[in-house]
Design a protein around this ligand. Structure first.
Ligand code: PA5
Length: 316
C-alpha cells in the first residue's frame, strides 16, 4: 500500500494552510456582546472547536458534537458552525437550531448546504479530506473569534514558525517507529486536550487502528490503575509542555514511572514560543507520526472508506 492520494504533499502544505486560514476568514466577524460561544462540528471539522478552547478566556465556550445545542444557547450567543463538506447532519441540525433561536452565527465550510444557507461564511478550498484541512479550519475559527473580539490576537504568523516540516516529519517518524505494533494512548495536560485528541483521531483515521487519549490530572484518579493488566500492547505517549504547572510535571514524571513497569512510554516535548506555536508543533508531529504509522501498517493514509460507508448506510 502506498500514499496514492499524496497525503505527504498535504502534510508538507500545513504551514501554508495556517497562513491561508487566517486570510480566508478575515471578513467573517460578528459584532455584539456575547454571553457565551458554541462551536459546532463533527470529526475532522469539530476538532478545531476543541483546539480553540484554551484561547477563549473571557466567556464560556462549548464545543457541540451532537444534533442539539445546549438549551442556554440563544440570542446572546455566538455560534460558529464548522463543516468541511457543509453537509454533516449533526452540524446542520445545530445550525438550524441556532437560526431558530436567533443566535449570532458564523460558518466555516468548503461548500454544501451550509454554504447555501449562511451568508456570514468563510469558504475553504474543497479538494481535501476534512481532517487534512485542519490547518485552514482551525485558524479560520481563531480568526472569527479574534474578529469578533472574543480572543486576543493569537499571532498565528509567528506561531507558524514552530511547524517546520522537516523537523516535525523526523520526530513523527521516530514516534511512528515506537508506536508500530502498539496501541497508543496520548496523555496531556488540559491545555493540550484537543491536541491529544487530534493525535488519537489521526492514528484512527490515517493508520486505521485503535488509539486513545486522556488528560492529567484526571487520569491519575482512574486510568492509571489500568496498566496493571493486559497493558503490554499499549504505548503511552506523554505530551509534555514546558508551561505545564509544576504539579502536572511531577504527575507526568510519576505516571511515566508507573506505566513503564508494564507498558512502553514515549514522549513528545512541545516546542515553540507561544501556546499556539507549541500546539501546532505537536499537532504536526502527531500528524506525521500517524502518516508514517499508516505506511508501516500497509494502509493508504487518505481514504476513510468506513466513514463513507457508514454515512451511506445512514441515508438508506
Ligand atoms: O475525517 C472525516 O472525514 C470525518 O471526521 C468528518 O470530518 C466528519 O464526518 C464530519 O464531516 P465534515 O467535516 O464534512 O462536516
Amino acid at each position: 500500500m502506498h500514499d496514492k492520494y499524496n497525503m505527504m504533499g498535504v502534510l508538507a502544505g500545513f504551514p501554508e494552510q495556517l497562513k491561508k486560514g487566517w486570510a480566508i476568514a478575515k471578513d467573517v466577524k460578528i459584532k455584539g456582546k456575547f454571553e457565551n460561544v458554541a462551536i459546532c462540528g463533527m470529526g475532522g471539522s469539530g476538532i478545531s472547536g476543541d483546539l480553540v478552547i484554551p484561547f477563549v478566556k473571557k466567556i464560556p465556550v462549548f464545543v457541540v458534537k451532537d444534533y442539539n445545542l445546549p438549551e442556554f444557547i440563544g440570542k446572546k450567543s455566538l455560534v460558529i458552525v464548522i463543516s468541511y463538506s457543509g453537509n454533516t447532519e449533526e452540524t446542520l441540525s445545530c445550525y438550524n437550531q441556532a437560526k431558530k433561536r436567533r443566535a449570532k452565527i458564523a460558518a466555516i465550510t468548503s461548500g454544501g448546504k451550509l454554504a447555501e444557507l449562511e451568508k456570514n461564511v468563510a469558504i475553504i478550498p474543497n479538494e481535501l479530506q476534512p481532517r487534512a484541512a485542519m490547518g485552514l479550519l482551525f485558524v479560520s475559527v481563531l480568526r472569527v473569534l479574534f474578529n469578533s473580539k472574543i480572543i486576543s490576537n493569537p499571532n498565528v504568523g509567528s506561531a507558524i514558525k514552530a511547524a517546520v516540516p522537516k523537523a516535525c516529519s523526523k520526530e513523527g517518524f521516530l514516534l511512528a517507529q515506537k508506536m508500530k505494533g502498539k496501541i497508543p494512548v496520548f496523555y496531556a495536560s488540559e491545555n493540550f486536550k484537543g491536541v491529544a485528541y487530534r493525535c488519537k483521531t489521526q492514528v484512527n483515521e490515517n493508520a486505521k487502528q485503535p488509539a486513545f487519549f486522556h488528560t492529567l490530572p484526571e487520569m491519575n484518579h482512574n486510568e492509571i490503575n489500568a496498566f496493571e493488566r493486559n497493558a503490554g500492547k499499549l504505548i503511552a505517549v506523554m505530551i509534555r509542555d514546558k508551561n505545564d504547572s509544576l504539579r502536572i510535571k511531577k504527575r507526568m514524571d510519576i505516571t511515566k514511572e508507573i506505566i513503564k513497569e508494564n507498558a512502553d512510554v514515549a514522549e513528545i516535548k512541545t516546542k515553540g514560543n507561544s501556546l499556539l506555536a507549541r500546539m501546532l508543533y505537536t499537532i504536526y508531529v502527531g500528524d506525521y507520526a500517524s502518516y508514517y504509522l499508516a505506511l508501516m501498517n500497509n494502509e493508504d493514509p487518505t481514504p476513510v472508506p468506513v466513514i463513507a460507508e457508514l454515512k451511506k448506510r445512514l441515508m438508506e
